[in-house]
Write a protein that binds this ligand. Structure first.
Ligand code: ADP
Ligand code: MG
Length: 680
């Protein structure tokens, strides 16, 4: 029902509430406070501490007085006491107080404590005579919009709760509520807005968070199951050729790579559509696993596509994959924006008539006019750089092709189940042998010269270096400017005896490729760059990574950047120049020095910084959460995941009567996103 049915809500208020996305009474009841003011924190005067907000029961023991220390300033002072001591209530420019308080009154006050020498003052308190209704409770503070005050919101909410909370459907089945000892929905809604005490508040919140996360997780699981059922996939042939190919590789697969490929192979040979995420730290060797899958697709007569987030990376994949397939009749092609029109046309034509077996490219491969002959396998590399939508479009280029997504951004399983809830997950949790650990140093700005000397020494020995300057959040242009400045100063001064190159995001793809090519061919010794080199670039001779203003990067991102070195036979170094003195940034640097485990690092990053943009639910195509926080509520999330699995084990499609309302809620929560997610 529309919010206009609530007492005190006319068209005007309704339109203001609409601005807060509150359209129905249910929306309103689920509109939880942003924070609370605890006016139930009763203390004695002697217990009051400087700066805290307290409630006091006091008696006025002297005459209220008015001081006028200067023009435009009236101070009302009221002396009060309780069994433990005395204090002054103080108001500024609120003369009307004088007519409301007299000597001998018993009053309740709520306000902030200030000490002036030995005098205790409560400044601008709110007060009530008698038993009181404003003080002594926990007061909700709502996010508001213009023309709507917190007090109005409280009144509206009280009416809504009194008249409608009992009508809220109990979507959690009884057995679950009693097993987990969860409050009823009615109690929970009451107590989330107007908690009787802290404990009831916590219980109310726990119930609502659980409800929300259970709905989210169940929805994602159901979607995943549905997708699998609906989308009859391709059944690829089983083959020995892949294993011959593995035999001939210049290295032995790690057992993690073997295991993950087995998982992929099983998916591919199954008649269901594969939807698999491969997570593996930088350098763990994800590409070769994708290559095996492509070989397998080719054997069964299907085309594959590999989409990478940058031209540099696409180019690099193209080169190495062409080489790997050189003994086969596999035609690989590259499709990127910077190709000449003529070349593009040729590629598109060959793709459509099936002359190309493996297509490698950037976003260019998902453009409308790109048509495949029979796409059987679609792979995205560095998935975190793409949105859910792009993955969906890629998928539609074929008739239920198998889907493989690869990412180097490690996230804990609990979160992966949510953020990639529609995917099965494989993890490459082992590094190829013989990698020398990268020596990582964090230094202050005063060490810059020594760092430069160290870099020069390595360059003289024939190595190459990356120097990364930070992304300046709000402005790509500033970002580029910083890189350009650093470049021209290095080129003419510090590194004047070497070849210095510059790479940044604003360059034309062609230029970038040129520069990257020169770096690969060792025509450039020192590459000054923004974070565009973050993903995938592979130059084994480069063994130093210097990162300026390292404190501005996420730890996971620093770890990715560091992954650009340590790819060859030489001892590699990562030098983090930290220009902040804060304790937390020193601690963050220390984590990188200590660990080379991407999972550990990203967990620590979460602890220290909280979830960054990457974890935005929107980017992952997920519904907004109203109450729960995926990170701080991780324990409840785990519980919800466990229960969701149990529920679906019993009732695969949530068709049982006791799950009917849960099902409705899922549909409500996901709305039209359900289509997007199922398409995925
Ligand atoms: P990422 O997982 O970061 O994409 P890559 O697939 O680019 O890593 O692999 C990094 C490097 O490791 C490549 O040069 C690749 O040839 C090499 N590599 C992959 N697997 C192995 C292995 N089992 N043994 C040795 N080297 C390997
Ligand atoms: Mg890679």
């Amino acid at each position: 029902m529309s919010i206009q049915y609530i007492k005190g809500v006319g068209p005007k208020r309704a339109s203001r509430l609409k601005k807060l996305n509150i359209n129905t009474i249910e929306d309103l009841l689920y509109f939880v406070p942003r924070e609370y003011e605890n006016r139930a924190n009763f203390k004695y005067i002697a217990q009051c501490e400087e700066g805290e907000k307290v409630s006091l029961k006091v008696k006025v023991w002297g005459y209220p007085t008015k001081l006028r220390p200067r023009k435009n300033l009236n101070i009302i002072k009221v002396p009060v006491k309780d069994e433990t001591g005395i204090a002054n209530l103080v108001w500024f420019n609120q003369d009307y107080i004088l007519s409301q308080i007299s000597m001998g009154d018993n009053i309740i006050v709520y306000g902030k404590v200030n000490y002036f020498g030995r005098e205790i003052q409560i400044t601008n308190p709110i007060f009530e005579k008698g038993k009181g209704s404003k003080i002594g409770s926990i007061v909700p503070i709502y996010s508001l919009t213009e023309g709507l005050s917190n007090n109005e919101m409280i009144r509206i909410m009280k009416n809504a709760i009194n008249d409608y909370a009992y009508k809220l459907p109990e979507i959690l089945p009884d057995y679950l509520r009693s097993e987990l000892n969860l409050m009823s929905i009615k109690e929970a809604i009451k107590n989330i807005h107007f908690p009787q005490d802290k404990n009831r508040y916590l219980q109310a919140r726990r119930r609502l968070v659980f409800e929300e996360l259970l709905t989210l997780q169940l929805g994602l699981f159901v979607i995943k199951n549905r997708t699998k059922d609906i989308n009859k996939g391709i059944q690829f042939k089983s083959s020995d050729e892949v294993y011959n190919f593995i035999e001939k590789l210049p290295f032995k697969l790690t057992s993690a790579q073997e295991r993950v490929f087995k998982e992929i192979e099983k998916d591919m040979e199954d008649s269901k559509q594969m939807n698999r995420l491969v997570q593996g730290d930088v350098g763990s060797g994800k590409t070769i696993v994708a290559v095996l899958a492509m070989l397998k697709a080719w054997e069964s007569g299907y085309q594959s596509v590999l989409m990478a987030p940058t031209e540099i990376l696409a180019q690099q994949h193209y080169e190495s994959i062409t080489k790997l397939f050189s003994n086969y009749d596999i035609k690989c092609e590259l499709l990127i924006g910077s190709l000449s029109n003529k070349k593009k046309e040729q590629v598109l034509k060959d793709l459509k008539n099936g002359n190309i077996h493996v297509l490698i490219g950037t976003h260019a491969v998902i453009q409308e006019h790109v048509e495949f002959n029979n796409l059987g396998l679609a792979i995205t590399d560095e998935q975190h750089r793409f949105g859910v939508k792009q993955r969906a479009v890629l998928k539609q280029k074929g008739d239920s092709p198998d889907i493989l997504v690869m990412t180097a951004t490690p996230i804990p399983r609990t979160l992966a189940l949510i953020l990639y809830g529609d995917l099965d997950i494989s993890i490459i949790d082992e590094m190829p042998p013989g990698r020398k650990p990268i020596e990582t140093y964090a230094v202050g700005v005063h060490m810059t010269e020594r760092v430069n000397n160290f870099v020069k020494k390595q360059l003289l020995e024939g190595r190459q270096a990356y120097i990364v300057c930070p992304l300046i959040e709000e402005s790509d242009t500033l970002d580029v400017k910083a890189a350009e400045e650093l470049y021209s100063s290095f080129k003419d001064n510090v590194y004047k005896d070497f070849n210095v190159g510059l790479l940044h995001g604003k360059m034309k793809p062609q230029e970038k490729d040129n520069i990257m090519g020169q770096f690969k061919n060792k025509q450039i010794d020192v590459l000054i760059s923004t974070t565009v080199i973050e993903v995938g670039v592979n130059v084994p001779n480069a063994n130093i990574m210097v990162i300026y203003n390292a404190e501005r990067f996420g730890l996971a991102q620093l770890h990715q950047l560091r992954g650009r070195v340590g790819r060859g036979e030489y001892q590699s170094y990562c030098i983090l120049i930290n220009s902040s003195n804060s304790k937390i940034s020193r601690e963050r640097m220390r984590i990188l020095q200590k660990s080379s485990d991407g999972f550990y690092i990203s967990e620590k990053d979460l602890e220290l910084r909280g979830p960054g943009e990457f974890f935005g639910t929107k980017q992952h195509g997920l519904p907004d959460l109203k109450i729960a926080n995926l990170f701080t509520d991780i324990d409840i999330l785990k519980l919800a995941q466990k229960k969701a699995e149990e529920i679906l084990e019993k009732d695969y499609l949530l068709l049982a009567e006791e799950h009917f309302l849960l099902r409705q809620r899922i549909i409500h929560m996901f709305g039209d996103r359900i289509d997007d997610l199922i398409l995925n």
